[in-house]
Design a protein around this ligand. Structure first.
Ligand code: MG
Length: 156
């Protein structure tokens, strides 16, 4: 499943390194972890089963939207237009963050508002492309990886 998720993300234009870049963005001003540490944290997040389920569910819905397989017109319109008040894409992403505590949720809110690195390009509207769920999934993985790093820092 881990490799299936990596392949699925890559098929949607998201590489591990793109997510690591988002982690580095979140870590600015805090613990300056090496790229290897951030990469390991991202990989660990993606190894969790619930995270894998969120990835395949969200990406499937994005792809089904692109293929016009969503038979409910109202829902299709919401997904295809990435309607800002839909909110279910963020709720799916919380499912990832919830596994990593309150820091992950705070990080997610920040990254969702700022939309740095690859999240910005995932969010830009391109005809026929739907990344309604993917941008939040990527943000949540980065937010969770940063939280994982924060929890590993010794304070005493
Ligand atoms: Mg979204």
């Amino acid at each position: 499943m881990y490799f299936r998720c990596i392949e699925l993300l890559e098929s949607r234009g998201v590489k591990i390194d793109d997510i690591v870049e988002c982690v580095a963005y979140l870590q600015k001003g805090y613990d300056l972890s090496s790229t290897a540490v951030m990469r390991e944290a991202v990989e660990n997040v993606i190894r969790k089963r619930e995270v894998q389920h969120a990835i395949i569910t969200g990406v499937y819905l994005d792809m089904a939207t692109e293929r016009k397989e969503i038979k409910d017109d109202y829902l299709y319109h919401i997904l295809a237009s990435d309607y800002s008040l839909y909110g279910v894409d963020e709720v799916l992403a919380y499912g990832i963050c919830n596994l990593y505590g309150s820091i992950a949720l705070t990080n997610f809110g920040y990254i969702d508002k700022d939309k740095p690195c690859i999240i910005k390009s995932l969010n830009s509207k391109v005809d026929g492309v739907c990344n309604t769920f993917l941008d939040d999934i990527v943000g949540a993985i980065a937010a969770s990886a940063a939280s994982r790093i924060a929890h590993g820092v010794k304070i005493l």
